[in-house]
Design a protein around this ligand. Structure first.
Ligand code: BGC
Length: 292
């Protein structure tokens, strides 16, 4: 039996590095684990935080705007019997990221899971794209991931593996997009940032595997969130969108939250450096179903 959770206390130091697949424990998949999710006050981040809490995690909710939404998520997670705190920080600012991770560890205890999710779009035809549009997207979507991932690996490395909690020293999930793969006219800054996330994730996975830190990505397709309202809010837009989705439904934020729970769990212990596409088949070149 695993020892009872001890709020705020560090995990026991690693005894040995197991060389077999972990035996999965019954009950909540992520029992006794602590997660931080960036950009968790809405959309995909919010659903990821909720699903992690349902799977047994205490959760740090990072946000940059809409504090009431972040606070209501904290309350909702408390209602599930898990601890949660909301921390305001701009992921593109080094000092804010460093102090967020320090505060998270002081308040809830060392983290086991980080979902680097914060991201935004500033769309424009290429010749009209301003340097500010370019820099904002790259700063949040790519530099923001770098800054958060660097704090994760520092903390996970300090702690090492505690097999009573998880077979890995830490689990990192980068929120990418189908546009790490699918070119996207009018969104060059966004697609470039997600292409960057793909190689950041894989390079870090290679570097961290010997330390038993697993680094993976989720690449969502069209998910019903505020970032892409115009793609689904009218029946015409929805029909248009469905031409790009072989599975013929829009994704829901919970589809991504559930994928995150699996990737973070020991059920995925041998998975590192992978991108899990959760896209209803959007990356399957749907135009070729009838052509080519
Ligand atoms: C974008 C959405 C878009 C989806 C599919 C996501 O990464 O943020 O705006 O609907 O990709 O194109």
């Amino acid at each position: 039996m695993a020892p009872p959770a001890c709020p705020g206390a560090p995990d026991a130091p690693a005894s040995e590095t197991p060389d077999r697949a972990p035996v999965l424990r019954a009950g909540s998949t992520l029992r006794q684990q602590r997660a931080l999710v960036t950009g968790a006050n809405s959309g995909i981040g919010r659903a990821v935080a909720l699903e992690l809490a349902r799977a047994g995690c205490d959760v740090v909710i990072n946000y940059i705007s809409d504090e009431p939404a972040a606070q209501s998520l904290v309350d909702q997670i408390a209602g599930l019997g898990r601890r949660a705190i909301a921390i305001k920080a701009d992921v593109s600012q080094e000092d804010q990221v460093i102090s967020m991770f320090a505060r998270a560890a002081e308040t809830l205890g060392p983290l086991h899971i980080v979902v680097s999710n914060a991201g935004l779009q500033r769309d424009a035809p290429f010749e009209q794209m301003s340097l500010a549009d370019w820099n904002t997207v790259l700063s949040v979507n790519l530099t923001g991931q770098f800054l958060c991932l660097r704090e994760d690996v520092r903390a996970f490395t300090r702690r090492g593996v505690n097999p009573a909690i998880s077979a890995a020293a830490g689990k990192i999930i980068c929120m990418s997009s189908v546009h790490q793969e699918i070119p996207w006219a009018g969104h060059a800054n966004y697609a470039a940032s997600k292409g960057g996330v793909a190689m950041l994730m894989r390079s870090l996975a290679q570097e961290m595997a010997p330390r038993r830190i697993r680094v993976n990505a989720i690449a969502p397709g069209a998910i019903r969130t505020p970032i892409n309202t115009s793609a689904w809010e009218t029946p015409e837009a929805y029909d248009d969108l469905m031409r790009l989705v072989p599975y013929k439904r829009i994704g829901e934020p919970a589809d991504i939250g559930r994928a995150a729970v699996w990737l973070a769990s020991d059920a995925a212990d041998y998975v590192t450096g992978a991108t899990l596409y959760v896209d209803g088949g959007m990356t399957l070149y749907p135009g070729f179903a009838t052509g080519g």
